[in-house]
Design a protein around this ligand. Structure first.
Ligand SMILES: *Cc1c(COP(=O)(O)O)cnc(C)c1O
Length: 421
């Protein structure tokens, strides 16, 4: 990206001055380091607290205090419908119809629930295709589900791995593996983005290949939701799950997101594990025998809406609505390209950027692989008030989330790294 950037601090200040989203930084609380706000590049792990969360929590505390059980039907946000309040905003972030999305439980729990709906091993069609090095919880979920069916994970889980000497996957290798598996493939279960390398996968192409071979395609969007806009409905993705505490800033343990394509979620005969909260509202409180699910993603809700695990999500999503995911992505592309540019100017063999250079194959994160001293550099960043994370082996993940990170923040990271070498 020649000419677009330069290495001066002045350039960063100019870029921030002309950034129409810069004001959103003020909407978040930052931890302090030596009495100053830290620079926070860890939104891919736990997003910052939006300042509007406290009032939103207080609203629900007041409803509980003053209305008690009446809070389900009255108050500013009747709890009976609480899961629906996130729908409009989430459908914009993941590109789906409102009835295709709901919030409940947490990510891995939801992954289990949806795999139970969509993984239907029949005879030789029992393989699950995953990316090698998927997030451990996803690996454990697939492994234990297979054992639950008395199937052998070593036999049924097929992984696509990087080519020798490489760290990320080629789309053609993923598609080739899907085609090779053919009739034995039951389900593709991929991260939308790999948490370690930051590689964003071509979900549209992967889904099309899975369907062509008679299989379903599901994605874990933990690192995608609120980071990169996607089009789950138009891409005909069968199902997806994500957590709300990374780029979505809804706080530790916040209720997770679930998407189920209309062709499955509007069909009340799609198999699922049910509970009363997924039952049709008109008969839910009749307490009768016979589960009749809602004809939308809410038909997968099992238990009472988790109001206090969802309230911060509701508050945080109002910020996404205001900023707009397309504008955020535009800033993010520029901010990440700027980080990449600065790192390239260091021209230092001590580290390598393992995240794809293609902007359409990544989001806000760059993963820097240090052959040695990665841990030392990580500590150096922390002691300078820059929060990044370190993952074995040797990787510092830097995620300049566009809602609360600036060009000046990125420049500071660069100058500390520069001093270190
Ligand atoms: C963060 C993350 C998880 C965490 O799952 P929880 O059930 O929310 O603890 C799972 N999978 C991926 C890919 C993640 O990035």
């Amino acid at each position: 990206m020649p000419a677009a950037f330069d290495t001066s601090y002045d350039f960063a200040l100019q870029a921030d001055a002309s950034d129409s989203l810069a004001r959103f930084k003020q909407e978040f609380y930052f931890p302090k380091h030596e009495n100053k706000d830290v620079i926070y590049f860890c939104g891919n792990s736990l997003g910052l607290q939006p300042k509007n969360v406290e009032a939103a929590v207080n609203t629900e505390l007041t409803s509980w205090r003053e209305l008690a059980v009446g809070g389900y039907f009255n108050g500013p946000n009747p709890w009976l419908y609480y899961q629906q309040y996130a729908r409009t905003s989430l459908s914009k972030l993941v590109g789906c119809l409102e009835p295709e999305v709901t919030v409940m439980n947490a990510l891995t729990v939801n992954l289990h629930l949806l795999m139970l709906s969509f993984y239907k091993p029949r005879g030789e069609r029992n393989k699950i295709l995953m990316e090698a090095g998927a997030f451990p919880s996803d690996q454990y979920a697939a492994e234990t589900l297979l054992k639950h069916y008395d199937l052998d994970p070593a036999d049924c889980i097929v992984e696509v791995a990087p080519r020798t000497g490489e760290k990320t996957l080629h789309t053609e290798d993923i598609l080739q593996t899907i085609n090779d598996l053919g009739n034995s493939l039951a389900m593709v279960l991929f991260g939308g983005m790999n948490y370690y390398t930051g590689q964003l996968f071509d979900m549209q192409a992967i889904t099309a290949a899975a369907h062509k071979n008679g299989a379903v395609a599901g994605f874990d969007l933990a690192h995608v939701a609120g980071n990169v806009p996607v089009q789950l409905h138009n891409w005909e993705v069968d199902f997806a799950v994500w957590c709300s505490y990374k780029y979505l800033n809804a706080g530790p343990g916040a209720a997770g997101g679930v998407y189920i394509h209309e062709k499955h979620s509007s069909d009340i005969n799609t198999p699922r594990l049910g509970g009363w909260w997924g039952n049709n509202e008109s008969t839910r409180f009749k307490m009768e025998k016979g589960f009749v699910p809602k004809a939308d993603a809410g038909g997968w809700n099992i238990s009472t809406a988790q109001v206090f695990n969802t309230v911060a999500l509701k508050a945080s999503l109002s910020i996404f609505d205001e900023a707009g995911i397309d504008a955020l992505r535009e800033k993010s592309l520029r901010l990440t390209a700027y980080l990449e540019y600065l790192l390239q100017q260091l021209n230092n063999p001590a580290f390598e950027i393992i995240t794809p250079a293609d902007p359409t194959a990544r989001g806000a994160q760059l993963s820097l692989y240090f052959k040695e001293k990665g841990k030392e550099i990580h500590e150096r960043m922390i002691s300078n008030g820059i929060i990044v994370d370190y993952r074995e082996p040797g990787v510092i993940r830097v995620a300049p989330a566009p809602l609360y990170c600036s060009f000046a923040d990125v420049h500071r990271f660069y100058s500390i790294l520069k001093e270190h070498f």
